[in-house]
Design a binder for this molecule. Structure first.
Ligand SMILES: [Zn+2]
Length: 547
């Protein structure tokens, strides 16, 4: 008894005092993070693109590092890898869309200028000739007593809808100003496909999407990768159309888009079948390939608890090399996005490997693939947790951190939705970090990084990143740095390693994550989504499966 009390005290001290950190974990070193970031974003790795040699080199490097720390392989067949079967789909230029009204001439649309589309059903060619149905926001959300479909059958039809969700200031209704998953375009494609639609047209409005048409066109123009079909319903034409085309389309049916938007704000909304058909021909280049998640683990010290694990994630992929661009400027280095997260993941793995004794629960490390293609590697991981040797009970994710100084704030958006939050607050305080609330809750950042793939299957999950306040600077300086990154380097070849970077802040974020992981791997209580959370049901289901 006495011994276990002492042990508990030691563990507590380890998580909270600097002295004990030396005892329990090797020092987390910013320079080691720097070396990983420099290598992973170097020319040799060619931007770590999907189905390109660079991403394989990155996965091999990460696995070799994890092995060198003495961590156990946690992938398939005793390896550090989990194969992720994927299919690249590229929409070819002879693809055509036309709006065909019941009376009058068809209106042809211009690919890229008026619409973008991808065949999620992964076939080389499809013909579509089907009626278009306006379904408002296309949302079914029983917890908000909201159903845009009212039993309407979308089978064989084309859904037309708005991105985002009903506007609200009430935090109990679609979380007020914050975006829920129902507002994301990924949800729209998933839900309409579940309801049997063959094609879906999302109406792009810059204000609702929080990004312009150019972003849509660029991110869909060069093709997309998907997880290989696994029985999940998929659209033959997952599409976006511009606001102007949407106005024209409903006008052909004698309706007014602004009025339809107003109607869509009501609970009483019912689908409206337009007297207009979509006639489409979609040709695609189909390229099956296999990518890999990299997995390693530290086994827990408690035989009863070690089947559970704290999971750390970071995606290693980026956009690769674009041979159509001139050499010298055609590599998307992805130094910040997300060589930084990988550097932190590896340094955490090294620190954990040296932690003696190991905590009661296990610790799992996953460098995931295909995040830039739509969180695919983590989606595969989340859908196949039963294949893992341990059950993840918490995911801590790192994605795109700026090595620009000593942070005095931390962002942990999503943590406040879990029972773990009081611990997060305590540990933040220990590191003198102020928790910065999500600056743009309406942009739905929670749904845009890998932690979401784990969250949606019920595992409490969030990302750790710096806020805006750095030592020696004001918040405005931090915001200016962030803006400069988004405007000039984000998802561009210019996201390159800089020798002037200061990695002390990333080391601090790693230490913070280490302490969170230590608390989660040690504490007796189960970490849960709070009652009423959108992922509460998924967590219950996960437990029912005996996962
Ligand atoms: Zn990215």
């Amino acid at each position: 008894m006495k011994k276990s009390v002492l042990l508990a005290v030691a563990v507590f001290v380890a998580a909270t005092s600097l002295f004990a950190e030396k005892v329990f974990a090797p020092k987390i070193e910013g320079d080691r993070i720097r070396d990983h970031v420099k290598y992973l974003s170097s020319n040799e790795l060619e931007g770590r693109g999907m189905n390109q040699k660079g991403s394989d080199l990155a996965a091999d490097y990460i696995a070799a590092q994890l092995k060198s720390y003495g961590l156990k392989p946690a992938g398939e067949n005793g390896t550090y890898f989990q194969s992720v079967p994927m299919v690249g789909m590229k929409t070819l230029p002879d693809t055509s869309f036309a709006l065909v009204p019941a009376t009058g001439a068809p209106v042809p649309l211009k690919l890229a200028d008026d619409f973008v589309t991808n065949n999620e059903a992964q076939t080389p060619a499809v013909e579509i000739d089907a009626p278009i149905v306006f379904v408002g926001y296309g949302i079914t959300a029983p917890e908000y007593n909201w159903d845009d479909y009212k039993g309407y059958d979308l089978k064989g039809k084309v859904a037309l809808l708005f991105v985002s969700e009903p506007t609200s200031e009430d935090p109990n209704f679609f979380k007020g100003k914050a975006l829920t998953y129902y507002g994301r375009w990924t949800y729209k494609f998933e839900e309409t496909a579940r309801r049997g639609a063959i094609a879906t047209l999302i109406i792009h409005r810059t204000d609702l999407a929080s990004y312009g048409w150019e972003v849509v066109r660029n991110s869909w123009g060069g093709g997309k990768s998907y997880l290989k079909l696994d029985g999940t319903p998929k659209l033959q034409a997952a599409s976006w159309i511009t606001l102007d085309i949407a106005k024209k389309l409903v006008g052909l049916g004698g309706l007014d888009l602004d009025k339809l938007f107003q109607q869509a704000q009501s609970r009483d909304f019912k689908p409206i079948e337009l007297p207009v058909k979509l006639k489409a021909h979609i040709d695609s280049e189909v390229t099956p390939f296999t990518s890999r998640n990299v997995l390693a683990m530290l086994e827990g010290s408690d035989s009863a608890k070690k089947a559970e694990a704290v999971l750390y994630t970071a995606h290693y992929d980026h956009f690769g090399i674009d041979k159509k661009l001139p050499a010298g400027g055609n590599i998307f280095h992805g130094a910040i996005d997300n060589a930084t997260g990988c550097g932190i993941l590896l340094e955490l793995a090294r620190a954990w490997a040296g932690t003696k004794p190991a905590p009661p629960r296990s610790v799992l490390f996953a460098a995931v693939t295909a995040e830039e293609q739509g969180l695919l590697g983590s989606e595969y991981l989340g859908k196949h947790t039963a294949q893992l040797r341990v059950e993840p009970i918490l995911d801590l994710n790192y994605d795109a951190l700026g090595p620009i100084g000593d942070p005095e704030e931390v962002e942990v958006t999503g943590a406040e939705r879990t029972t773990f939050y009081p611990t997060v607050e305590k540990i933040a305080k220990h590191y003198d970090l102020t928790i910065r609330p999500d600056a743009q809750p309406g942009a739905g950042h929670y749904y845009r990084s890998d932690h979401f793939s784990l969250g949606r299957v019920g595992i409490p999950a969030f990302s750790i990143s710096e806020g805006m306040k750095f030592k020696g600077h004001d918040v405005a300086w931090g915001q200016a740095q962030a803006k400069d990154y988004v405007d000039n380097r984000y998802h561009k070849p210019a996201d390159e390693f800089q020798s002037t970077w200061d990695f002390s802040g990333l080391a601090k974020m790693a230490r913070f994550g280490y302490s969170l992981g230590h608390a989660a791997a040690t504490q007796p209580d189960e970490i849960k989504w709070l009652p009423g959370d959108e992922f509460e049901a998924a967590q219950k289901k996960l437990h029912e499966k005996g996962n």
